[in-house]
Write a protein that binds this ligand. Structure first.
Ligand code: MG
Length: 248
């Protein structure tokens, strides 16, 4: 069942989402050659707790950190480590925070120092595909109108969308129904209604869409080891335009 959030619930999600947005903004400033992903994790955890939230990912199915930090060919679920970011890398950072029982979830991919133009294009296309998807999240659209818009935009620009991981409903749990694929035909699935809260999160690869999981049982990488980007927002469907909860 897809839950419809009350105004109070939307307000709590907005509070959680704003903290997630602030953390991502701070991490964007902190990302530079030489910093480790573990240092980024510490910065995030401190900011989340200072804002009276708890880190949503820490301990989730045993995940050992407050952020996911996925570098270059890593798609999602990278574990923060002593790995130092290098000039020319990219790092996808996923942040989740809980405020009074309600979740915010967002991700962005940041360039580290000077990054190849084609890699920057991957980041731009992935970010824009998220906004193309969000634009479809309006009353009476079908769920897969979002999926279709993401896929069409990504493939038009010569990249591929990951199939194995999808977006999700969100609220007083991090993962609620429905699942939101980033691919597929439009006009399918439930009709969207005001008060539905969705985490839309295209994962876009520069090569094949196929992925595999490393032996740490978390880190998802592209099968061909070409690079990947990830952008995510938590949004709420309204009678008007969708509202992004995880914006500043
Ligand atoms: Mg998510």
């Amino acid at each position: 069942m897809i839950t419809i959030k009350s105004q109070r619930e939307v307000e709590l999600m907005r509070a959680a989402g704003r903290v997630v947005a602030e953390v991502l903004h701070s991490l964007k400033q902190a990302v530079q050659p030489g910093i480790t992903t573990a240092q980024l994790d510490k910065i995030a955890e401190k900011l989340i707790r200072k804002a009276d939230c708890t880190p949503a990912f820490l301990g989730y199915h045993g995940f050992p950190a407050s952020i996911c930090a996925s570098v270059n060919e890593e798609v999602v679920h990278g574990i923060p480590s002593l790995r130092k970011l290098k000039d020319g890398d990219i790092v996808s950072i996923d942040v989740g925070a809980v405020f009074q029982g309600y979740y915010g979830d967002a991700a962005a991919t940041f360039p580290v120092g000077d990054v190849d133009a084609e890699v920057l294009r991957l980041l731009d296309v992935t970010r824009e595909s998220l906004y193309q998807g969000i634009a479809q999240a309006t009353c009476n659209h079908h769920l897969t109108d979002i999926s279709h818009a993401v896929q069409v935009y990504v493939e038009k620009h010569g990249f591929s969308v990951v199939r194995n991981y999808v977006g999700h409903g969100i609220g007083n749990q991090m993962h609620e129904e429905p699942q939101i694929p980033n691919f597929g035909k439009p006009g399918r699935g439930p009709r969207l209604q005001a008060g539905m809260a969705l985490a839309i999160e295209p994962m876009v690869n520069s090569g094949t869409w196929q992925v595999e999981t490393l032996q740490d049982n978390w880190t998802v990488v592209t099968q061909d080891r070409k690079w990947s980007a990830h952008f995510e927002h938590t949004i709420v469907v309204t009678e008007d335009a969708p509202v992004i909860m995880t914006a500043l």
